[in-house]
Design a binder for this molecule. Structure first.
Ligand SMILES: [Mg+2]
Length: 287
């Protein structure tokens, strides 16, 4: 055995002993190399209507229209114009830019409408929501009045790694309510304009906790949002709606894809009495 080969073998033995050789433990047990373990992506599945877009109605105030991005800019898509809810382009761009996250859209609107609005929903880098979506599901794909998340991840997918952002509680399939990040329609109707900044912060908080505790994502998501009252009924934790830390966390993340991103001020005056108003006004200016 030549010196060179001997030293190489010895070096490899040392690496094995310290567990540093790639796949060393697997090699020792099975005598055949394996690919690195496949880490399943985290799926963020986003509803369309009243989650990222809202229809323009007769009663929609002019000042809201003036301060919002509208789809389409002129005319209508299948009879409607849409307000792009605050932070929707940034949220889609920011999550789809994470290496281990896939963003899908799942709407009970029909496919032609969904594709048309998603094509016009432009992200800060000029691509559309349709361009970056992993999958897009429409009424034709889910004729039952439920959104089965296995459609997105496949029947062997890991349901623990899916978060569905939706304003409807009813669309979750039995057993998948824990995957739902719910956007309640609040008493103050225009807060929903800011709901995606909060939802973004909540997703990030959930993922951070999942990473540090190794607990399933959907268990953490559930416990963040729901508690039981004295009669053991489930109650939504309303304090989330005014949790400044969630808005701050979301805002910082959204600014990562659009440094100019800010919360519009147009309706903040209406929230003047609430701590949400204080939270939003204190974080709205780009730093
Ligand atoms: Mg909806």
């Amino acid at each position: 055995m030549g010196d060179d080969r001997f030293f190489k073998l010895r070096a490899f033995a040392v690496l094995l002993a310290f567990g540093l050789a790639p796949g060393s433990k697997v090699l020792a047990q099975n005598q055949q190399p394996l690919l690195p373990p496949v880490i399943e992506p985290i799926h963020v599945v986003i509803d369309i209507d009243r989650t990222i877009l809202d229809t323009v109605e007769q009663k929609t105030p002019a000042e809201l229209l003036a301060s919002a991005t509208l789809i389409p800019k002129t005319g209508k898509i299948f009879g409607n114009r849409y307000i792009v809810l605050d932070g929707a382009p940034e949220m889609i761009a920011a999550f789809s830019g994470l290496p281990d996250v896939k963003v899908s859209l799942f709407s009970r609107g029909n496919r032609a409408r969904n594709l048309a609005v998603l094509e016009q929903l432009k992200l800060p880098d000029g691509r559309s929501a349709k361009d970056v979506a992993y999958r897009i599901f429409s009424l034709e794909d889910a004729p039952l009045p439920k959104k089965d998340l296995y459609k997105v991840i496949g029947k062997n997918g890991d349901i623990d790694r899916v978060i569905m952002i939706d304003d409807h509680l009813d669309y979750a399939v039995s057993g998948q309510h824990r995957n739902l990040l719910w956007l309640p329609h609040p008493e103050q109707p225009r807060i929903h304009r800011y709901q995606l900044v909060r939802a973004t912060g909540l997703v990030l908080a959930v993922l951070e906790l999942a990473k540090s505790t190794q607990k399933p994502i959907r268990e953490i998501l559930w416990n963040f949002q729901w508690k039981k009252d004295g009669a053991e009924r489930l109650v939504y934790r309303k304090e989330l709606l005014t949790d400044r830390s969630l808005y701050e966390k979301g805002m910082e993340f959204l600014r990562g894809v659009n440094p100019q991103y800010t919360i519009p001020s147009v309706f903040l005056d209406e929230l003047r009495q609430g701590c949400l108003w204080r939270a939003l006004t204190s974080i709205r200016a780009p730093s």
